[in-house]
Design a binder for this molecule. Structure first.
Ligand code: C2E
Ligand code: MG
Ligand code: MG
Ligand code: MG
Length: 281
């Protein structure tokens, strides 16, 4: 008994500190939206054949007054646990649609949707509201979801996906290959596009098995009528391999890092001068 208490006393202050820290982050996040501290950066994805930009992915950034730029990996989980992801996600959709109406008509905007948002029954309506307010054609919006949205309630997930696609909005499966999923998921759900996870792309030139996996994903996706985008492309060699495997679209630092909307370009060279290396050196 004495031991248990001792352990408890030892850990309590640390846990207390973390809990307080987290609560402060939730408080800050609650006011962040109203204070205009949340901004969207955009990262283009380009046609593997021509280098023309086919669209840009909106990526959320938090410019915290004291802590500086906080990455989504650090605050999206907090937003999900606190429920704040619902209003924040609605803002992201509206903001991204408002931005995209200014782009050339052949370019889409892609918006990441968290599993918590996806399970919210209002999502299709929220999407429609964002499109209507911005005056953006639904065919120019694409949402990105990960496999985790599919696992717990397959029927509900299918229903939501169908409602969203009925609006004319495209749906992409993000980070493909990292989750539980598998090929059977692809067959059962109506995705327009599959994004091959960065982890496969990164090791492409050094690991032959990755080339095989990429090829298999691409062949299967094509068989099911879906297009394939590779994320995290950093080198020309990776881009070449992906092009050879038949990936339609490429995205990554090789072409562009995520940037404020004002800094976007509309076309990228097919053989960019090793952008990543240049920056480092
Ligand atoms: P994601 O949707 O898979 O986005 C790709 C991430 O990889 C982005 O990180 C992007 O900056 C990074 N990336 C792109 N190209 C390269 C590359 O060539 N090399 C490397 N090393 N990284 C690259 P970011 O912006 O930090 O976002 C991380 C994740 O946070 C996103 O992963 C997405 O799941 C989530 N996220 C971002 N914005 C939102 C949002 O508005 N709503 C929701 N629910 N989630 C978001
Ligand atoms: Mg994404
Ligand atoms: Mg991704
Ligand atoms: Mg990813």
């Amino acid at each position: 008994k004495g031991d248990g208490r001792g352990t408890f006393r030892f850990f309590a202050p640390e846990m207390d500190r973390r809990l307080q820290e987290r609560q402060r982050l939730v408080q800050d996040l609650r006011s962040a939206l109203a204070r205009g501290e949340l901004v969207l950066h955009y990262q283009p994805y380009v046609s593997a054949e021509t280098g023309a930009v086919s669209g840009c992915e909106a990526l959320l950034r938090w410019q915290h007054p004291e802590r500086g730029m906080i990455s989504p990996a650090d605050f999206i989980p907090v937003a999900e646990q606190s429920g704040l992801i619902i209003p924040i996600g609605a803002w992201v959709l509206e903001e991204a649609c408002r931005e995209a109406v200014r782009w050339p008509a052949e370019q889409r905007v892609s918006v990441n949707i968290s599993p918590v948002q996806f399970r919210n029954r209002e999502l299709p309506r929220t999407i429609l509201t964002a499109l209507t307010r911005a005056g953006l054609s639904s065919s120019r919006l694409e949402i990105e979801v990960t496999e985790t949205v599919l696992i717990d309630d397959v029927e509900a997930a299918l229903d939501t996906l169908r409602q969203i696609r009925a609006l004319g909005v495209r749906v992409a499966l993000d980070d493909f290959g990292t989750g539980y999923s598998s090929l059977s998921y692809l067959r059962s759900f109506p995705f327009d596009k599959v994004k091959i996870d960065r982890s496969f792309v990164q090791e492409l030139p050094t690991r032959r098995d990755n080339q095989v996996i990429v090829q298999a994903i691409r062949d299967m996706a094509r068989g099911l009528g879906m297009s394939v985008t590779a994320e995290g492309v950093e080198t020309c060699e990776q881009a070449d391999r992906l092009r050879q495997s038949g990936c339609e679209e490429l995205q990554g630092y090789l072409y562009s890092r995520p940037k404020p909307a004002g800094d976007l370009e509309f076309r990228y060279s097919l053989a960019p001068k090793l952008a990543v290396q240049t920056r480092a050196g």
